[in-house]
Design a binder for this molecule. Structure first.
Ligand SMILES: O=C1O[C@H]([C@@H](O)CO)C(O)=C1O
Length: 548
């Protein structure tokens, strides 16, 4: 079956958290509509860019794009951006059931609200390894008063202005920013009585029934804890793969991740309950929490619960987050075990440094900038001047490196690419550092997202990864597969994947400001196997005026 969607992308004034600002919308809405399809279906989305003065591109997050690497929607990697006034058609097959998302992948545009969910059901007759009565979606976001332009210019200007912590957290596109924090109420820009903002009702539960919540996070900076007052959640799916059912009170969810949880309406049905999202890992005190109403039938679905909303867990308790990451393992028999060994291992060290007068993130000393000629086109057509010919380092000097005292270095900003043998098994070990070189004692959380593939998550550790000592301790028995994996502060994360999807693929920190500051790498595998590229992805950079 083929599902056709036609989307007009435009700026609209929105007051999602009561503060009015410009948001990038799909057919006037932010977040956009939920796409629903069944495994094996084809999704066709015709995108009309009506932004007037801004390009766009849309990424289908978690869809591997087998046989359609040009439909991944990553401007600068898999396509030329869609110019204002132009139309681009994405066509791809959803080959795995699961909970996925979509969002802008041009500059930092996701910050402006171009996002939504993409749900792929199992075909009729296929039984899932758990039961529920009905399902609902929960999309989590963070939201700023400042526009994406302010944020991007701040990050790239020599004086460097960080985006700062968000003003509010949104649940299904709604939140509440306290307008009284803005002296004169924001001069009319902020009003807490607008119908667009407020605490949304998640859904109305019938007592005794069990619900599947498909939860996704597309935050631009924040790591979150999500909970439902008085109820536990049983996690059954992560990023499209079944996990061993795991009961949690707080679900830690990082940008780019999705989870399905089962919730049974087993509490006093005469009242409603709070659902809440809270910031963890960064200072939560400047941000209004996300809240929503978990309603029981027969109550007014908008009636605020009679209790004080949950306070959320301690934001700086990294240990509890590492523990929860370690809890998730594959549901036996439902996830292919990893290959026993890897053909190649990349140790990827992140650092933040001043490079050429700008504050940048770099991986093994190289900071990624997106080229004007998309990698896929440049590599397929042999336009060698458009990407680095010297590959970035596979490792760093891990024997002598002190991750708590990274040296002040001069990295480079360029267009790096790791060329992987098609079909080879690759280990990636992400290594975090403490930013003492910049004069502060922090280490951030970085959720890393791999395009075009899923990864076996082999382990998380604290401190520095030691290939000899830690290599043997990895989970080779029942690791989960994911497309987004978290790197905890001061720690490391090890994953394995099979580079079996011909094309060019981004692997990056899913925080908008961090990837904008260069925190990503590019993988190429089997680009020569990619069939003739569609003309619609070509026409920018060195490919201007070319007809292939
Ligand atoms: O990328 C970032 O930059 C700032 C800080 O490291 C430098 O100001 C911050 O908190 C980030 O997450």
């Amino acid at each position: 079956k083929t599902h056709h969607h036609t989307w007009n992308i435009s700026y609209q004034y929105k007051s999602l958290d009561c503060f009015e600002k410009l948001a990038v919308t799909i057919n006037g809405e932010s977040p956009g509509p939920t796409i629903r399809a069944t495994q094996g279906d084809t999704v066709v989305v015709t995108v009309h860019n009506k932004l007037e003065t801004e390009n766009t591109a849309i990424h289908w997050h978690g869809i591997r794009q087998h046989n359609s690497p040009w439909a991944d929607g990553t401007a600068g990697v898999t396509q030329c951006p869609i110019l204002p006034g132009e139309t681009f058609t994405y066509r791809f097959v959803v080959d795995r059931p699961g909970t996925y998302m979509y969002h802008a992948h041009y500059g930092m545009q996701r910050v402006a609200g171009l996002d939504g969910m993409l749900i792929v059901s199992v075909p009729e007759g296929v039984v899932e390894p758990f039961v529920y009565d009905a399902e609902h979606t929960v999309l989590l976001m963070d939201w700023w008063n400042k526009t994406v332009y302010d944020q991007a210019v701040g990050l790239s200007s020599p004086s460097f202005k960080f985006v700062g912590e968000p003003q509010s957290l949104l649940i299904n596109g709604k939140g509440v920013f306290n307008c009284s924090r803005l002296g004169n109420g924001g001069g009319g820009a902020c009003s807490m009585t607008r119908p667009e903002c407020g605490w949304p009702t998640l859904f109305t539960a019938v007592p005794g029934r069990t619900y599947r919540l498909r939860i996704g996070s597309l935050t631009s900076l924040s790591s979150l804890s999500f909970e439902i007052e008085g109820h536990t959640m049983t996690v059954v799916e992560a990023d499209g793969y079944y996990v061993r059912p795991t009961v949690v009170k707080n679900l830690f969810i990082y940008s780019g991740e999705t989870y399905s949880v089962l919730v049974t309406a087993d509490q006093d049905p005469s009242r409603n309950y709070w659902a809440a999202s809270h910031i963890v890992s960064r200072d939560p005190n400047k941000t209004a929490p996300g809240r929503a109403i978990f309603s029981y039938a027969r109550n007014d679905p908008r009636a605020l619960p009679p209790t004080t909303p949950p306070a959320g867990p301690a934001w700086d308790d990294t240990g509890s987050r590492i523990n929860q990451s370690n809890l998730f393992v594959a549901l036996p028999g439902h996830v292919e075990p990893p290959p026993a060994r890897a053909d190649r291992r990349l140790l990827l060290l992140n650092t933040q440094n001043w490079i050429g007068g700008h504050l940048k993130w770099a991986i093994n000393g190289v900071s990624l900038s997106f080229p004007a000629t998309p990698y896929l086109v440049a590599m397929k057509q042999g336009l060698r001047s458009e990407f680095d010919q010297i590959p970035p380092p596979d490792s760093y000097d891990y024997k002598n490196y002190d991750i708590s005292r990274p040296p002040v270095t001069n990295g480079t900003v360029s267009h790096p690419v790791y060329r992987l043998a098609i079909g080879s098994v690759v280990d990636l070990v992400l290594q975090n550092t403490i930013q003492s070189n910049l004069g502060f004692n922090v280490s951030h959380t970085h959720p890393w997202h791999l395009h075009g593939h899923d990864m076996w998550v082999l382990g998380y550790g604290e401190g520095k990864f030691d290939p000899e000592a830690d290599g043997g301790k990895l989970n080779m028995r029942n690791p989960v597969m994911k497309n987004t994996v978290v790197l905890h502060p001061q720690g490391w994360t090890a994953v394995r994947f099979r580079a079996d999807n011909p094309g060019v693929w981004l692997f990056h920190c899913h925080l908008e400001s961090h990837v904008y500051m260069g925190m990503g790498v590019v993988f190429e595998a089997g680009v020569e196997l990619v069939p003739r590229l569609p003309a619609s992805i070509i026409g920018c950079g060195r490919t201007k005026g070319h007809h292939y």
